[in-house]
Ligand binder design. Structure first.
Ligand SMILES: *Cc1c(COP(=O)(O)O)cnc(C)c1O
Length: 394
């Protein structure tokens, strides 16, 4: 008897819906050009916003860290995995983000998995934007607090929930993405912070896609809105614009101390490998020194978005270099992505359950590492495939 036949059935369902896929295998670094099956492909799907994943100084720092500290940390942070390199990373992140204290985790996902449950308890309430990232949703599930969801960026809905529920709870925590990763729009942080102050509740911003992208030298969404000191928890990732891997939490010092005692990923999962820590330190140094890469990212994004608009594509209402190309139908979205790949351009198709049914899209991630030649090539292929599949006219 095949006990796992139900999995075959699920996979067959995916095939019927046209959303079954095999993972492409990249045989090069994750840069502007990648390589599948020996063929060069323009990469429009990485989160490597600034090209730092292959920056020579960042690579050197990673090598140096390995030489001094080894390949692995060998322990969780709370036992003997707390190398001085990690402390150095936290210090430079605190300086970069202009925040009192920073706690580094193994990834952005780990921050959300660890911090939300460490901060909240029975008798508390978490209020979350309906489009928050999956790792926030999972992090919220791990908390013993009650949960409420407000309509995406709908400040009157958020106010209504606060008016109805604030007084029935001890701590209340509002959680939002800084930049929403599927649409590229920004949270209404000024209004969220005002409401939080009016109702005396805590704020938590996951700025995975804002760091390195928005604000002065890429300091993030909170800096972009000039809200320093008014957001209680800011989560960032070292895996996207910073080009390595890891996550960090900006907070007051007492929150940091509590996390070091109670955030489960710090207690039960090994600390970041030294190479990642060394690389991240160097990347942050580069961001502190110059905003050249951030500027290049935005000018590339502007060039590409204008090109797509001129071609007649619906690119949603993004306010960042994330450029969703709205297709709608799930199977058509995946067919478009496949046809682009045949033309030498990789753009991932994003469909249910990552986005709602019928809201399939191709999500283009622009990077400072793209040349104008890469982007013009991609625009040309979008034009060709868009016409062929009837997504645009002429
Ligand atoms: C990508 C992302 C994460 C996860 O970050 P990793 O460092 O890759 O684990 C968390 N939150 C948001 C909003 C993200 O976009």
């Amino acid at each position: 008897m095949n006990k796992l036949a139900f999995i075959d059935q699920k996979l067959d369902d995916l095939k019927k819906q046209g959303v079954y896929r095999k993972l492409p295998i990249n045989t090069k670094a994750c840069a502007n050009i990648i390589e599948f099956n020996g063929k060069e492909i323009v990469n429009l799907s990485a989160n490597n916003y600034l090209g730092l994943a292959t920056h020579p100084l960042v690579l050197k720092a990673a090598h140096d860290a390995i030489d001094k500290y080894g390949a692995g940390a060998g322990s969780v942070r709370t036992i003997v995995g707390n190398q001085d390199l990690l402390e150095e990373l936290e210090a430079i992140l605190a300086k970069f983000k202009n925040e009192e204290a920073v706690t580094v985790f193994q990834s952005g996902l780990n921050c959300n998995i660890g911090v939300i449950q460490a901060l909240t308890d029975k008798g508390d309430l978490i209020i979350s934007d309906e489009l928050n990232h999956a790792s926030i949703i999972d992090g919220v599930k791990l908390s013993k607090a009650d949960k409420a969801v407000f309509k995406h960026s709908d400040m009157s809905d958020l106010r209504k929930i606060l008016e109805e529920k604030r007084n029935s709870y001890q701590q209340v925590l509002i959680i939002t993405d800084g930049v929403f990763s599927m649409d590229g729009d920004l949270a209404n942080l000024p209004e969220i912070v005002k409401l939080a102050e009016e109702f005396n509740v805590l704020t938590y911003v996951d700025d995975a896609h804002g760091s390195g992208v928005l604000g002065k030298n890429g300091r993030g969404t909170v800096d972009h809105f000039h809200l320093h000191g008014r957001v209680d928890i800011i989560v960032g990732t070292l895996s996207k614009a910073v080009g390595a891997i890891g996550g960090y939490v900006c907070s007051k010092q007492n929150v940091k101390e509590w996390l070091l005692h109670r955030a489960r990923p710090l207690l039960f999962s090994t600390a970041l490998p030294p190479a990642a820590v060394g690389a991240a330190i160097q990347s942050i140094k580069l961001l502190l020194e110059s905003d050249n890469l951030t500027k290049k990212l935005w000018s590339n994004a502007q060039y590409f978005k204008q090109g797509m608009k001129n071609l007649g594509f619906d690119i949603g209402h993004s306010e960042t270099p994330i450029t969703p190309v709205m297709i709608g139908d799930e199977a058509l979205t995946m067919a478009f992505s496949k046809a682009l790949l045949e033309e030498g351009v990789f753009v991932s198709g994003i469909v249910f359950p990552t986005v709602p049914k019928g809201k399939g899209r191709l999500r283009v991630m622009i990077s400072a590492s793209h040349t104008l030649v890469d982007l013009a090539y991609a625009l040309d292929k979008f034009h060709k495939v868009g016409l062929r599949l009837g997504v645009i006219e002429n």
